[in-house]
Design a protein around this ligand. Structure first.
Ligand code: NAG
Ligand code: NAG
Ligand code: NAG
Ligand code: NAG
Ligand code: NAG
Ligand code: NAG
Ligand code: NAG
Length: 552
């Protein structure tokens, strides 16, 4: 056959393959419409070390009280008098802010005790419970209600924790309690009870030997990666090992093979981990994905000025497999201290971080400012797309969370013990940026579903309906409905982050460009603990804006 004809047939076949892909996932076929960065604020006055989106579309952020003076004053001439503060006994600046997405404004909040390297989870009623910190804050529980007034602020409960919780991990449980696991030199866990008069209120922390076994020579084994599994047990990953743990009976149920390669994946070798979306349309197969990390000696070497190349591998593990094995993949670049977020269309974004060194003061170099988007539905060689670069390095103490409209909010980065704005490599960053993934490009607006209205309450196993409009409807099989539980993000881990793909989706046209959709609420509280979720309709890879629903 003449080469011209062969080449013609070849290109024709490629065209068919491409157009069928385009039908199922528009974003992957039109990859030239890359994401975009936007600067929201040059300075919010603090460095956003911890972030949580609340159900009133406000984001609470905080750093630490012993950084010295921040660049944001407390209102009404208020000051914090703290004889135990290691830096400033009288501090009239804020270390926490409440950011309003809709108006792109923020206001100072007041924390009385040190919140540095702490953890949190949101209760089923929408109130954030933050636990621990450092120094005078390490036994404190603080709550912040999703209120709209200008008076609402942190409420603090001193000595409320049984043990010191500095670098612990929290997970909301099906019964509305929060489990608080580990922390520096804490090889145990305890519970937060929404009703502390509850008779089962724990009087003692419960030992967890797995954390002791997986610590490194510096006693570091911080921010273990924890997710609630659909069977009600916990998945816990620390160092290179992982287990299924029954917290009700304090029993390890199962241990998985160590992740391939010798690099630890949690602090200070901070990689990141997500629980992939739980899909109710087939037997639920929970799967974990972990990306990046740093070699075992990277922390010690970085202290001597030698910055090791970070890990460039990701591993995926199917928790229910009889003989689970880690499936390893390579990112286009090494990364440590990145954040991994589930995007509403099944993609995963890997954002922030560095390509050498580790977490810790001054311990990383070579910032990676290009996010990666991982599309799990493509062939292995094509899953990662490299996004445009931000102008700002986001190293130690940077964060990222998903916003209601599908953007990613990025803030923080302070690899220094104080707020240091000059004379240092990678100055303290007080800015706030957003990254718009390719699906937000206006070229997809024809395919973008717009939810008109949805009931505020979704119940377990109950059918519910919502109406949406879309200019160019492709077909029912490319529409899905997802619930996302917003995360408490700090130190490269998004605690409580999960997505459930709902079943029973039926669609009928009710008017021109308007469709009525039926779906069924999640099956169990273990698959989706009660609380406020963002509901997204996704049409051929293009998500709607999220609507808040209360799952109960
Ligand atoms: C914060 O305030 C200090 C002192 O006023 C100033 O030098 C610095 O530029 C400010 N930093 C930012 C990021 O606004
Ligand atoms: C300062 O720390 C001491 C010792 O831990 C404690 O007894 C005291 O109550 C603290 N003071 C304040 C104002 O928090
Ligand atoms: C949410 O629950 C917590 C714990 O029970 C309680 O302190 C708080 O007042 C509740 N918030 C609302 C808005 O009901
Ligand atoms: C990962 O480790 C397992 C067990 O040691 C081994 O069977 C498998 O081939 C390894 N996978 C890769 C990609 O190296
Ligand atoms: C950071 O700032 C503090 C006080 O503002 C100063 O003492 C310290 O030397 C600075 N650190 C570096 C690395 O320059
Ligand atoms: C959706 O539209 C249909 C037809 O107009 C209407 O009957 C129904 O109440 C709407 N449903 C919701 C949840 O708004
Ligand atoms: C719907 O579209 C058809 C065809 O374009 C048009 O004839 C009809 O008037 C439209 N109906 C409404 C309610 O807009």
């Amino acid at each position: 056959m003449p080469t011209k004809i062969v080449s013609f047939i070849f290109h024709f076949l490629i065209l068919i393959v491409q157009s069928s892909r385009m039908m199922s996932q528009i974003t992957s076929a039109l990859s030239d419409h890359e994401g975009e960065w936007h600067i929201l604020h040059e300075s919010i006055g603090i460095s956003a070390m911890h972030m949580q989106l609340l159900k009133n579309n406000k984001v609470v952020m905080f750093d630490r009280t012993d950084f010295g003076r921040s660049n944001l004053s407390l209102p009404d001439g208020r000051c914090r008098y703290d004889p135990n503060d290691t830096e400033l006994k009288i501090d009239c600046t804020a270390h926490s802010v409440l950011y309003d997405i809709g108006t792109n404004t923020f206001r100072p909040l007041m924390v009385q005790t040190d919140t540095w390297c702490s953890s949190g989870a949101v209760l089923p009623n929408g109130t954030l419970v933050q636990t621990g910190g450092y120094n005078d804050g390490d036994h404190v529980i603080r709550t912040l209600a999703p209120c709209n007034g200008f008076n609402c602020d942190w409420v603090e409960f001193p000595q409320a924790l049984l043990e010191r919780r500095w670098y612990a991990t929290n997970q909301i449980l099906p019964d509305g309690r929060i489990i608080i696991i580990g922390g520096r030199a804490q090889f145990n866990y305890e519970f937060y009870h929404p009703n502390s008069q509850d008779s089962s209120f724990s009087q003692k922390a419960v030992r967890l030997n797995f954390l002791r076994e997986t610590r490194d020579s510096d006693e570091n084994n911080l921010y273990p990666f924890v997710h609630l599994l659909p069977d009600g047990n916990l998945f816990i990953f620390a160092n290179t090992r992982s287990i299924v743990f029954d917290y009700k009976q304090n029993r390890m149920i199962r241990e998985f093979p160590a992740i391939n390669g010798s690099e630890p994946r949690n602090y200070p070798s901070s990689g990141s981990l997500v629980l992939l979306p739980l899909d109710e349309n087939r037997p639920i197969e929970p799967e974990i994905m972990i990306c990046g990390g740093a070699s075992r000696n990277a922390f010690q070497l970085a202290k001597k000025g030698k910055f090791q190349r970070a890990a460039s591998t990701c591993g995926r593990l199917k928790i229910m497999d009889k003989n689970p094995v880690w499936k390893m993949e390579n990112m286009p670049m090494p990364r440590v201290m990145s954040d991994m977020l589930l995007l509403p269309n099944d993609d995963i974004i890997i954002i922030n971080g560095a390509s050498s060194g580790t977490a810790g003061w001054e311990l990383a170099r070579n910032p990676v400012t290009r996010p990666l988007i991982y599309n799990p539905h493509l062939d292995e060689m094509r899953r990662f797309s490299v996004m445009p670069a931000s102008a700002r390095p986001r190293l130690y103490h940077s964060t990222a969370i998903l916003l209601t409209d599908g953007r990613v909010l990025v803030g923080g980065s302070n690899p220094h013990i104080y707020y240091n704005f000059s004379g240092v490599e990678y100055p303290t960053d007080l800015s706030l940026e957003s990254f718009s993934p390719p699906y937000l490009s206006p070229v997809y607006d024809h395919y973008r579903p717009r939810i008109i209205e949805v009931d505020e309450v979704v119940s377990y196993l109950q059918s519910f309906s919502l109406n949406f409009t879309v200019q160019r409807f492709l077909k029912m099989s490319v529409v899905s409905v997802r619930l996302i539980l917003p995360s408490f993000t700090t130190h490269s881990f998004s605690m409580n982050q999960r997505m459930v793909v709902l079943k029973g989706v039926q669609i009928s046209r009710v008017a021109n460009n308007t469709y009525q959709l039926f779906a069924v609420g999640p099956s169990t509280r273990e698959i989706a603990p009660p609380g406020y979720y963002l509901l997204f309709v996704v049409h051929s890879g293009i998500p709607s804006s999220g609507m808040w629903i209360k799952l109960q």
